[in-house]
Write a protein that binds this ligand. Structure first.
Ligand code: GDP
Ligand code: ZN
Length: 452
């Protein structure tokens, strides 16, 4: 059972660009044996390292290295795969790749090896995505959750839910006539019970997947407030080093500064903005325009004020402009000057913190608050790496189950119920790629790196 494979041979340098002790050219497709024979002089024994010389068309030396041959279907892509491991010099890698292309292979597109693995049923779509996630993972936690998805734990739970939905649909289609209350009371009760179970499983998978997606994608946090309140200092505190320019001159941060910091593995995409205030300086005005723009793309805004002056009409104006879906925290900075104590409370305007970016007092409250706003617990194990598209599919499946339960309660027609169950199944099938649009595949695999 394949998902429609093409049969040409692809090749790419699988190791990162630049110098390294080892560089690998990876080949997949029917020409592997021939390529191995031409380059190394013979076809390596399957899955045994062959140490030897790589030669060009004229028999001249390209490199000395190791060739590995994995005949299909027992290979990563499911096709014949050849790996030529040489010295990681860009020149050597180029010679080696050119030689392989000369022999009839073509250059692989980004993600094409993984795409072939998917098309040959070696992995499902969620696993293929997990490969890219693992490569890109920026923290221990993100790497672990990608491994879990790659290993198939996410897919297995999705498949299990789909099977439950299929069984339920069979029951519904075969047995139940909702119009006759007495006869079908027991069946209806059983179906209702099972739907409830499916809904709660869906919710728990969604929670784990959302944590995984957060680990992968993080949240975008924007620092805003008048000049000189301590935004850059706060930024530096969070980033842990001197990233932004801190000065006593108001309006120093004219451009946006962006930083990626992690809090217990949660990536925070932090940007420091120009102070919002009225300015006649055109460069500053441009900075402020960008700040406003930045605020509309934030997941969370840290609105910073000086504890001694409190909220002014400038902060009020920022709050009024914030889109509804953007959460925020009021930060009253410089408690070391105001003499107030560090803390958190619920202000009429929202959750507020008193802290000092200079001394670092109260920073733990801020880190806690950011994790809380992201909905990230950062402690539990067992997350899956997931993407927005998975979360959306899980949500659609959940919505269909909710409607199905309603139909059941209101004794609607079984055709309608069966249709909702089918919708839920299809949404889940999109996650693993059993049910898909082809443009989705292109979209997913094109974001991979070459050679994967
Ligand atoms: P921004 O314009 O909002 O980015 O403010 P900066 O971070 O550049 O800080 C402006 C000035 O306030 C600098 O001299 C900082 O050292 C000082 N500052 C920032 N945070 C604190 C704080 O918590 N306590 C005290 N005493 N000074 C601070
Ligand atoms: Zn600043």
């Amino acid at each position: 059972r394949t998902r429609g494979l093409k049969s040409d041979t692809i090749a790419a340098i699988a190791t990162p660009p630049g110098q390294g002790s080892v560089g690998i050219v990876r080949v997949s497709g029917p020409l592997c044996r021939q390529v191995a024979k031409q380059v190394t002089g013979r076809v390596p024994l399957p899955r045994y390292a062959l140490f030897g010389y790589f030669r060009n068309r004229d028999g001249e030396l390209i490199d000395q290295g190791v060739a590995l041959y994995f005949p299909g279907p027992h290979s990563f892509t499911g096709e014949d795969v050849l790996e030529l491991q040489g010295h990681g010099s860009p020149a050597v890698m180029d010679w080696l790749l050119s030689r392989v292309l000369q022999l009839g292979a073509r250059l692989a597109r980004p993600g094409e090896f993984s795409e072939r693995a998917f098309l040959n049923n070696k992995i499902d779509l969620a696993q293929a995505e997990a490969i890219a996630d693992l490569i890109e993972s920026a923290s221990d936690q993100a790497a672990r959750s990608a491994l879990r998805s790659l290993h198939g734990e996410f897919s297995a739970q999705i498949r299990d839910l789909r099977e439950q939905l299929t069984e339920l649909r069979c029951v519904v289609e075969a047995n139940i006539d909702f119009s006759d209350e007495d006869i079908d009371f027991i069946e209806r009760g059983a179906v209702a019970e099972r739907l409830k179970g499916i809904q709660s499983t869906l919710q728990s998978i969604h929670r784990s997947a959302r944590q995984g997606a957060l680990l992968r994608e993080g949240i975008k946090v924007v620092l805003a407030g008048r000049p000189n309140v301590g935004k850059s200092s706060l930024h530096n505190r969070l980033a842990g080093f001197e990233a932004a320019i801190v000065t006593d001159v108001p309006g120093t941060t004219r451009d946006l500064l962006r930083e990626h910091v992690t809090i217990d593995g949660l990536p925070i995409h932090l940007s420091d903005t120009a102070g919002l205030h009225d300015s006649r300086d055109t460069i500053e005005q441009e900075g402020m325009r960008r700040t406003r723009e930045e605020l509309t793309h934030a997941d969370h805004v840290l609105l910073v004020a000086d504890d001694q002056s409190g909220l002014t009409e400038v902060e009020q104006a920022i709050l009024d402009e914030l889109p509804d879906n953007v959460t925020y925290t009021l930060i009253f900075n410089k408690v070391d000057l105001s003499g107030a104590s560090v803390g958190r409370w619920e202000d009429p305007q929202g959750i507020a913190l008193r802290l000092s970016a200079l001394t670092g007092a109260g920073m733990d409250l801020l880190r806690q608050r950011l994790k809380e706003c992201a909905g990230f617990d950062g402690e539990r194990e067992g997350y899956f790496s997931a993407r927005r598209r998975h979360l959306e599919a899980l949500q659609r499946a959940g919505a269909a189950v909710v409607v199905a339960r309603k139909i059941l309660r209101e004794k609607g027609a079984e055709e309608m119920l069966a249709e909702e169950l089918r919708q839920a199944q299809n949404s889940l099938a999109e996650i693993t790629g059993e049910y898909r649009a082809d443009d989705l595949l292109g979209e997913i695999f094109s974001t991979f790196c070459i050679g994967k």
